[in-house]
Design a protein around this ligand. Sequence first.
Ligand code: FES
Length: 129
Amino acid sequence: MNPLELARARPGPAFTVMFDGRPVEALPGQTIAAVLWAAGVTSWRTTRGEGRPRGVFCGIGVCFDCLVTVNGRTGQRACLVRARPGDLIGTQEGTGHGGEGRQGSGRADRADDGTGRTGPGDEGTGRAH
Ligand code: FES
């Protein structure tokens, strides 16, 4: 059953966002993660070390696995950011700043935290997803 029917939700009219250059339909109030899931996209980031795919893990803004680039801003948590009409969403590789990519730079994959810590979703955490 459609989750909208289960919740008896009556969202406003759909709008379009772009994901990696293709149009994707979104509903008012949906997070970017929800939009991408509804479109069948389950990963939209690669880890900085080995380029492994990542998407939603916690879904509540804690793990930073879901980082995505939105309108040119890297490191946005797709599970928290609401989609807006015309958003340009892009897969994020590594930190999203280029250069270090899959070679690794020693920088944290968590965008802009400045701690140098590696976060969940990086290689070596032992997580299976
Ligand atoms: S899925 Fe964990 S922060 Fe978004």
